[in-house]
Write a protein that binds this ligand. Structure first.
Ligand SMILES: Nc1ncnc2c1ncn2[C@@H]1O[C@H](COP(=O)(O)OP(=O)(O)O)[C@@H](O)[C@H]1O
Ligand SMILES: CC(=O)N[C@@H](CCC(=O)OP(=O)(O)O)C(=O)O
Length: 263
């Protein structure tokens, strides 16, 4: 039975699925956490998308960490993310003794997406919708496992970066957001962990080219969520213990940008 109304929204990058032992350990820790907190799992699967597109002889490019996704790639992309990756995580959850419910951003009116820019093809930017489905699942003691496949109002399927997907779910639920990846957090130019990243430092490291590619999308999503929720967002590694991450012993804390007074 959860004792806090504030859920923990945990996002895992797709590379986790290539490490089944670590993934199983994380799900075991999530089960323990669910004794006191509601947990929502949001996941990526970029590596799996690459593998499945490659197997279909389809080439894929990224601009600033976002995949250019022609509509004709969407059956493979949604199959990889909402299908294979989602069900692998649900299977690991069952193995850990948790009851998962695998869904996507487009289910139950959780989010609505708009097309980012046609130069990216079917790539969506999500906005919060209704939390009713999540409220119901959490009240039932289930673990929502959410893939980053969304839709616009016309039902066009859209590929959403999974860090942006996690951000919108944290905003929807007021949750504490952990973005877990294959690095211990945001690293500086000497590959040393940055413990706290405020807006000025973020801009500086981005301008220097130290924060780039997938991490650029991640820190920008984290700063948006931190500012919107008025609380820090954590970027850390899924190979470290959740207990250590939740007690700020490891990872990078992204600090909310100062709100302009009167806003
Ligand atoms: N300053 C940085 N600190 C840490 N990682 C960085 C940095 N700049 C770029 N990266 C890259 O970003 C990657 C994490 O982003 P990404 O691959 O999108 O992760 P995920 O799939 O878990 O969301 C790291 O593995 C690293 O290669
Ligand atoms: C638009 C866009 O870039 N979508 C991502 C969605 C998956 C993702 O973000 O996976 P990771 O968290 O493992 O990187 C993609 O197609 O790779």
């Amino acid at each position: 039975m959860a004792t806090s109304n504030t859920p923990v929204v945990i996002k895992v990058g797709g590379a986790l699925l290539e490490n089944p032992a670590i993934a199983a350990q994380l799900l075991t820790e999530i089960k323990a956490l669910m004794a006191t907190r509601s947990v929502i799992l949001v996941h990526g699967g970029g590596a799996m998308v690459d593998t499945l597109l490659g197997a279909m002889q389809l080439t894929s490019t990224k601009i600033d960490g976002l995949r250019v996704t022609p509509d004709e790639h969407m059956p493979v992309v949604s199959g990889a993310l909402a299908g294979t990756a989602n069900k692998m995580l649900c299977g690991l959850a069952i193995g850990a003794g948790v009851t998962p419910v695998g869904i996507s951003l487009l289910d139950g009116g959780l989010t609505q997406c708009t097309v980012l820019n046609e130069k990216y093809g079917a790539v969506g930017i999500p906005s919060p919708g209704s939390s009713a489905l999540l409220d119901h699942l959490l009240a039932s003691g289930c673990l929502p496992v959410i893939s980053s496949i969304g839709s616009n109002a016309d039902g066009r399927l859209l590929n959403v970066n999974a860090d942006q997907a996690a951000t919108v779910i944290a905003e929807l639920t007021g949750g504490d957001l952990l973005l877990l990846s294959n690095v211990e957090g945001v690293l500086d130019g000497d590959k040393v962990l940055i413990h706290a990243l405020d807006e000025a430092r973020l801009k500086d490291e981005v301008n220097k080219g130290v924060i780039k590619d997938g991490m650029l999308v991640k820190v920008e999503a984290a700063m948006q969520a931190a500012t919107q929720l008025s609380k820090p967002v954590t970027i850390a590694s899924w190979s470290q213990s959740l207990a250590a991450i939740l007690t700020n012993q490891t990872g990078t804390r992204v600090i909310p940008a100062a709100q302009i007074s009167g806003e």
